[in-house]
Write a protein that binds this ligand. Structure first.
Ligand code: DAK
Length: 260
């Protein structure tokens, strides 16, 4: 797996992906988005035994400090439409990924960076993390799902205030508001994210994939989430892993899930 702006490390079913543009605070330029698309749409699907992905940023200061502002020059409405659709597609692919994706946020997660973190299933923050959607400072609104997902995580009033003031929040407020689920000392965020994924990796993989799909259905206007849950539940009932899980409980032993 070779990318221009991503570093990858694969061990024991956990893929750690580092956005690697530290001199630009890992800002999301076109190439980085294209790398992320290749990784989540193709390369990661070919990894044998993949059970989780950690997404993080290189350097001490940033997860991702936003879309790359240097690429905005000359952007017209048509270009903006294309750019937003492209970003939405990639971020939906992450949100709908079949294994959990955890953002390990060790610094600025601003604009497109906050949006990327929110497309992940879980966010672990270091005590130096800073979250915000400062697009209005540039005369823009978020273009990668920020107006929708921020409301989902922190509620309409708080989201509107952050989106309209461009205020930034620190890790402890992000934890308090439910944007992050853990705050750890700076430098330990990838380790914590990996530990969460290792815990999930012990569960039945199909049940984990269906859990992600069912929870996503809660925010999908095209489907009835409760109805989706019924359908997805029925799919888990027919798996070998369900038989193994129930049998293991009765036999008082640990289940050995095969993902079938
Ligand atoms: N893009 C490009 N370069 C960036 C960058 C960014 N977003 N953020 C930082 N950098 C670069 C800086 O220019 C600087 O480069 P050099 O001058 O060294 O060459 C380097 O990273 C280090 O940054 P600073 O020197 O500024 O570092 P400080 O510690 O002093 O400040 C900071 C850190 C994060 C507070 C500051 O860099 C900052 O305010 N950065 C910009 C934050 C921001 O406004 N991000 C953009 C949010 S808006 C769209 C879709 C999505 C979006 C927009 C449109 N469409 C579909 C059309 C999303 C928009 C956003 O993300």
């Amino acid at each position: 797996m070779e990318y221009t702006n991503l570093l990858t490390e694969y061990n024991d079913g956990i893929l750690v992906v580092t956005i690697n543009r530290p001199k630009a605070l890992n800002a999301l330029n076109k190439q980085t988005l294209s790398d992320l698309r290749d990784l989540f749409e193709k390369d990661a699907l070919r990894l044998e035994g993949l059970r989780g992905v950690v997404l993080t940023g290189a350097g001490e200061k940033a997860f991702v400090a936003g879309a790359d502002i240097t690429e905005f020059n000359g952007l017209d409405a048509q270009g903006g439409l294309h750019m937003a659709q492209n970003g939405h597609d990639i971020f939906f692919t992450i949100e709908r990924f079949h294994v959990p994706v955890v953002a390990a946020v060790g610094g600025y997660a601003l604009g497109g960076g906050c949006e990327l973190a929110m497309a992940c299933h879980i966010r672990v923050a270091s005590d130096k993390a800073v979250f915000g959607q400062p697009e209005v400072n540039l005369g823009l609104i978020p273009g990668y799902g920020g107006t929708q997902r921020l409301v989902q995580y922190i509620g309409k009033g708080r989201a509107l205030e952050l989106l309209m003031t461009a205020d930034m929040i620190d890790a402890s407020k992000a934890l308090d508001w439910g944007l992050a689920t853990h705050v750890v000392p700076h430098g330990e965020e990838v380790e914590k994210a990996t530990a969460i994924l290792k815990k999930i990796a012990k569960k039945a993989p199909i049940a984990i994939a269906k859990t992600i799909a069912a929870v996503n259905a809660c925010f999908d206007n095209e489907v009835d989430g409760f109805n989706q849950e019924v359908l997805l539940f029925a799919q888990t009932v027919k798996t070998d892993d369900f038989k193994e899980g129930a049998t293991a409980f009765i036999e008082k032993r640990k289940a050995d899930f095969k993902g079938k």
